[in-house]
Design a protein around this ligand. Structure first.
Ligand code: KIV
Length: 263
């Protein structure tokens, strides 16, 4: 099976569909790698679907390092991308230091949320030789200011900013960009205008690839699933049924063994 380097991910643009999924641990990374998924993201969605936080702003560098190390132990041929968590890239120095820690933990690349406003940090990480994935559109790490998750790029002002940010990320050598909840026709326009592959989530089918939170796809986080995700499996129901079966079998066996009461 081929090894997916950042260069190969970039070169896939206009050649084939790019699939990407999130992973947070060894078994899921190993399974998805065995399927040949080109990009696996240790996303800070970890905060919600694994750690039980209400949003991604609670995820720390230590959390990310712990889970990147677990995923990296699967030695994936997929490109393993580590998310830079909330407030871990406030200055260029801090960004390079923390990107290096994720890289040393086994990530092949890092992902940061934002465009020109974090331009210095992105340039510093790229100059340090660490490949970077961008993230534009709805930025979950901004949920406290934004208050809600909503489609981006409906107003002219937002459209212009997204186009400018997308071009900026191209100019600094980012090798792929996640477009989250971007108005569909704008996501398509951006995808036509940049040299890197765009990876959409809730941004329609005009992107070069698609990414999902794996738990949403296979139904292991049944309490919330974004509207745009069509789950392919209801793993939570299957797991609960298996556990219930096991419990029932043993309860029955133990009930049969009970000495009948004398009264
Ligand atoms: O953290 C994450 O899982 C992500 C995806 C939603 C792209 O950033």
């Amino acid at each position: 099976m081929k090894i997916w380097t950042p260069e190969m991910i970039k070169a896939s643009k206009r050649r084939h569909f790019l699939s990407a999924l999130t992973v947070y641990d060894y078994p899921m990374t190993r399974m998805l790698d065995e399927l040949g998924i080109p990009m696996l993201l240790v996303g800070d969605s970890l905060g919600m679907v694994v750690l039980g936080y209400p949003d991604t702003t609670h995820v720390t560098m230590d959390d990310m390092l712990h889970h990147v190390k677990a995923a990296a132990r699967a030695n994936p041929k997929s490109c393993l991308v580590g998310d830079m968590p909330y407030q871990s890239y406030q200055s260029s120095e801090q960004a390079v230091r923390n990107a290096s820690r994720l890289f040393d933990a086994g990530a092949h690349a890092v992902k940061l949320e934002g465009g020109q406003e974090i331009g210095a940090q992105i340039k510093a990480i790229c100059s340090a030789g660490i490949p970077c994935v961008g993230h534009l559109g709805m930025l979950p790490q901004h949920i406290l200011e934004e208050g809600t998750y909503r489609i981006k790029g409906r107003s002219g002002e937002e459209q212009q900013k997204l186009m400018d940010d997308a071009a900026f990320l191209d100019s600094v050598g980012i090798f792929a960009v996640v477009l989250e909840l971007v108005e569909h026709s704008l996501a398509e326009e951006i995808s036509h205008s940049v040299s890197y592959p765009t990876i959409g989530i809730g941004s329609g089918n005009g992107c070069d690839g698609q990414i999902l939170v794996t738990h949403d796809l296979v139904g292991t986080f049944p309490w919330f699933r974004p509207k745009f995700v069509q789950a392919r499996l209801d793993a939570a129901t299957l797991m609960k049924a298996a556990v219930k079966d096991w419990q029932n079998d043993w309860e029955l066996l133990y009930a049969k063994r009970q000495t009948p009461s004398l009264d």
